[in-house]
Design a protein around this ligand. Structure first.
Ligand code: GRF
Length: 219
């Protein structure tokens, strides 16, 4: 079997997705390992979680750079130094420039709390409730220059419940995220999901639509 795929996770906040990914990597049969967790601020709660899992961490403190170019150059150096082949954005609250995205094209994943292409951007749970949608969920996608616009690989879907609140549905979406994000990392590490010149392949066939994980029981 090929060596475990080295993965770097980039965070800004609490890092619950990072934790799910890192914990799954510690299973004996995991095909990937988390080689580094990078935060854009020293206060990111996920840094403590990562350290407690024995994962090396670093901070590229966005506030200390003169502009986005300088920050991204430092982030890129840190990612290259980590040796990661796959870069996973997990609650990373910055928009990356087209140049940065191009540099890591096909190696950069993000998770977004909606059934993309619906509800790009912020406040997705409140917007779903305000619209009265029947379904909601989360999407794992390759990152392209278009915000929340790259090819979606996998979605976790759930039903909106009567009297749902943004907090309640957010918790259920998070629980789904913690299933689908490690799953996508595993599928990429196993070579079952591949990016070739802008097209996503699943088991050597172009992926026509996202893989779906239905889970209405998620807490
Ligand atoms: C998740 O809801 C994810 O979809 C979004 O940011 C949140 C990150 O949560 N991109 P956490 O830091 O992983 O707990």
């Amino acid at each position: 079997m090929s060596p475990a795929l080295p993965v770097a996770v980039v965070i800004s906040g609490r890092g619950s997705n990072m934790e799910a990914i890192a914990r799954a990597a510690q299973n004996a049969d995991s095909r990937y390992r988390v080689v580094r967790v990078i935060a854009d601020r020293p206060t990111a709660g996920g840094l403590v979680r990562a350290a407690s899992l024995g994962v090396p961490t670093s901070v590229v403190p966005v506030k200390e750079f003169a502009d986005r170019d300088a920050f991204e150059a430092a982030l890129a150096r840190e990612l290259e130094a980590s040796g990661a082949s796959l870069i996973v954005l997990a609650g990373f609250m910055r928009i990356l420039s087209p140049g940065f995205v191009q540099r890591f094209e096909g190696r950069l994943l993000n998770i977004h709390p909606s059934l993309l292409p619906a509800y790009k951007g912020l406040d997705t749970h409140a917007r779903v409730l305000a619209a009265g949608d029947a379904h909601h969920g989360a999407s794992v996608h390759f990152v392209t220059a278009e915000l929340d616009g790259g090819p979606v690989v996998m979605q976790g879907r759930l039903k909106v419940r009567a009297n749902d609140t943004a907090e309640a549905i957010s918790a259920r979406v998070h629980a789904l995220e913690h299933i689908i994000y490690p799953h996508v990392c595993s599928l990429i590490a196993a070579g079952r999901i591949q990016w070739k010149q802008g097209t996503v392949y699943f088991d050597d066939e172009p992926l026509a639509g996202p893989l779906i994980e239905e889970n209405d029981a998620a807490a």
